[in-house]
Design a protein around this ligand. Sequence first.
Ligand SMILES: NC(=O)c1ccc[n+]([C@@H]2O[C@H](COP(=O)([O-])OP(=O)(O)OC[C@H]3O[C@@H](n4cnc5c(N)ncnc54)[C@H](O)[C@@H]3O)[C@@H](O)[C@H]2O)c1
Ligand SMILES: [Zn+2]
Length: 350
Amino acid sequence: VTGTLRVAGSEVRIGALGAGLERLAAHRGPLPLISDARVLGLHGGPLLDRLPVEPLLVPEGEEAKRWPVLEALLHGLARLDPARDTPVLLLGGGSIGDVGGLAASLFKRGCPTVFIPTTLLAQADSAVGGKTGIDFADLKNLVGTFHPPTLVLADPSLLATLPARELHAGYAEVVKYGLIDDPDFFAWCEADGASVPAGHLPNTEFAVRHGLAAKGRAVEGDERDRSGQRALLNLGHSFAHAIEAEAGLGRVLHGEAVAIGLVLAHRLSARLGLCPPADSARVERHLASVGLPVRLADVGVSGTPLLAPMRADKKNEGGGLNLVLSHGIGRAFLARGVPVDAVASFLAEA
Ligand SMILES: NC(=O)c1ccc[n+]([C@@H]2O[C@H](COP(=O)([O-])OP(=O)(O)OC[C@H]3O[C@@H](n4cnc5c(N)ncnc54)[C@H](O)[C@@H]3O)[C@@H](O)[C@H]2O)c1
Ligand SMILES: [Zn+2]
């Protein structure tokens, strides 16, 4: 099944890669191709065979999102010297999209990118919305730009080679879209969602399409994340980014930290009397049932040290914390100025 949608400045094609690659055949090259060795080995074949690509390789995973890697990519682009309207191809997961997109947005003040996401997380979420970035000063995504890909080619069959742990991590971001504002989709997750990390292709395509469309709705009109409209996409993420930083960036996968963050956001909401405890329990039960971590102890992190990175979050303003909390399944909202004390005592017990 192939379908094209427009999401937040990007044209998105969901389906087999072949047709999408034909669109790129008109470029004479060299076409820079940013990827990592594993992904290039598994899925680079059709690109290397059919297009005048020049691979620029980065380390796998979160290790790619570092300043020296960004610098090396910029040297690589300078060496290849593509024309400014030549697209930079990004083949890989969210880490490749983040650092490669940042490099492309800086080079010659911005080259177009074509993103071929190869993880569930990237296909269902990170490929659209335009955020690029690297980790800096021990904080996630502290440095970055807005630079949406012109074209996203999402082929769910590429996920067949993804390790189970990565598939599950990506699934946490899929569930997030149900929890934000779509209780029916969360109910679908409870009933059929486990088939997605288990590799069921039609359900995976459904989940990818659903995630991309939901993200598109959230981003449309607030492409630069200024009005607060995009804020709900951050459900679970204030906790998640702190967990990732505390565990050591790259140790806990982003999606695993998001799973715990989703549970903590609902438990804190329940504790503040905002969310029915039964809904909070449902969130935890579903994520745990597919094998995702749901408690800090599951990843060897304790609660109190999370407060400092949460207070340093770039989304806070004034005294308290700005957190996405929930009134129940599918009823997330932005809570401004949540008292630090309340969060501190919650974390101490979490
Ligand atoms: N920009 C955004 O809007 C946004 C949104 C969500 C997450 N992110 C970021 O994305 C990053 C996480 O990305 P991710 O979860 O996609 O993982 P990733 O890009 O870090 O890749 C994880 C691992 O999977 C491997 N891999 C990728 N595709 C594969 C395939 N098809 N088969 C086998 N192995 C494969 C990679 O080599 C790597 O080792 C985090 O840094 C997170 O902060 C960004
Ligand atoms: Zn995320």
